[in-house]
Write a protein that binds this ligand. Structure first.
Ligand code: FNR
Length: 390
């Protein structure tokens, strides 16, 4: 069984192949939870397409016999210029996914961002990621909940925290509505039927127990409904004033995740943040919004001398990481790409996803004529190439 799995993982040539393998192993409601986006999913597709539409022009006759994919982020050197984005409730997609990914990121020396809404506590994830962990904060409408998370993150040893700004309202995800998704799961006849068709997922899930938002366990006990807990994750009142309070409170590096406008990025710099994540939550929030690749150059142009610029949303290939870098990003995060890996084959599948992204990255660097990330720049952007005189 395990052998079979390893052999089929070896045949996966790209992240899309892992996605397809995950789709076949996971009940629809759980697959859709990760795979889906807001409304028509236009923004979800636009993210992927916008990266893939960007042409980089190779330069040849550069000695690329030795290629180095390392990248530095907040003084720490990682093996690759990408890391795992924060994903809430990922154990619903594949049981045990959070810890598998945190441990793997440590082993592969890439960053792992633990979500406030993870299905594993931030303390367990800090231990598993062992120095490679960063913490993502959802600001609660209840200040004591936010303070509780911040002090726990501090005590757990996280040095970098990213505050997610792009959830002033809940994303409207049509697939989840159609699937009648509820947290904790309601075992409706439809859900039971879907689980019965995916026995490995069902048995593994039974062993692990029903996933939940582990950091809010106390709240879950006293709340009368999950909707009540959700109110602490979605904060219409989160404002620049709230950010100022968090900046004053958090002594470590602080980033704002979910920036799409250059003026918001400039304001983050003025408020003393250390970085931003140019992100649209992987197309899960605003279907009418722009792709991150579209807004990245303007944002990087405005703040790259003041802030660390990270980007996510739509990265599915190693070459997309290079495209992001050419557009001005210092680092990239990937969400679904690694989640699909875990869905396709647990820890071995996530390992395959990282290996594929790295393989593609190394090949693309060589093809581009760059020995390392510093060798990739805006001069590789085909659109920016000088035109010959007519
Ligand atoms: C997310 N994302 C997210 N972001 C965040 O700040 N906190 C969170 O808890 C979550 N949860 C979450 C769940 C699921 C199922 C997905 C797919 C995404 C957004 C995530 O961090 C990241 O911005 C996107 O996943 C990036 O897009 P790609 O790489 O998935 O295209």
């Amino acid at each position: 069984m395990v052998d079979l799995m390893v052999r089929s993982l070896a045949r996966a040539a790209c992240i899309d192949d892992l996605r397809e393998m995950a789709r076949r192993r996971i009940p629809r409601f759980a697959f859709d939870l990760v795979d889906g986006g807001a409304e028509n999913e236009r923004n979800l597709r636009r993210n992927v397409e916008a990266f893939q539409e960007i042409a980089l022009t190779p330069r040849y006759m550069v000695d690329v016999s030795s290629i180095d994919t390392q990248a530095t982020l907040f003084g720490k050197t990682y093996a690759a210029p990408f890391g795992m984005a924060p994903i809430g409730m990922l154990n619903a997609f594949w049981p045990g996914a959070d810890l598998m990914l945190a441990r793997l990121c440590k082993r592969e020396n890439i960053p792992y961002v633990a979500s406030s809404a993870a299905s594993t506590t931030l303390e367990e994830l800090a231990e598993a990621a062992d120095g490679n962990g960063m913490f993502q904060l959802y600001v609660s409408g209840d200040d004591s909940v936010t303070e509780g998370l911040i002090s726990r993150a501090e005590a757990a040893g996280y040095e970098v925290m990213m505050v997610t700004a792009d959830v002033p309202a809940a994303g409207k995800r049509d697939r989840d509505i159609r699937n009648q998704l509820a947290v904790p799961f309601r075992f409706t006849p439809e859900v039971i039927a879907q689980c019965a068709m995916k026995p490995l997922w069902a048995l593994t899930s039974l062993r692990h127990g029903t996933p939940n938002v582990a950091n809010y366990a106390n709240l879950l006990q006293s709340a009368t409904s999950y909707a009540e807990v959700q109110k602490t994750l979605i904060t219409p009142g989160f404002s620049w004033d709230s950010l100022a309070k968090i900046r004053a409170r958090w002594r470590g590096k602080l980033l704002v995740k979910g920036i799409l406008h250059p003026q918001d990025a400039v304001k983050c710099a003025e408020m003393g943040c250390d970085g931003i994540v140019v992100s649209n939550h992987g197309g899960r929030q605003v279907d009418f919004g722009p792709a991150t690749a579209e807004v990245l150059p303007g944002i990087a142009g405005a703040v790259s001398d003041k802030l660390t610029v990270i980007v996510d949303s739509g990265i599915r290939r190693g070459a997309d990481v290079l495209r992001a870098h050419a557009l001005g990003a210092d680092f990239a995060l990937v969400g679904r790409a690694l989640a699909f890996g875990v869905g396709a084959g647990g820890a071995a599948g996530a390992d395959r996803a990282i290996a594929l992204l790295k393989l593609e990255l190394v090949r693309a660097l060589g093809q581009l004529g760059a020995r390392d990330m510093a060798g990739v720049g805006s001069d590789h952007l085909t659109a920016a190439m000088p035109r010959p005189p007519l």
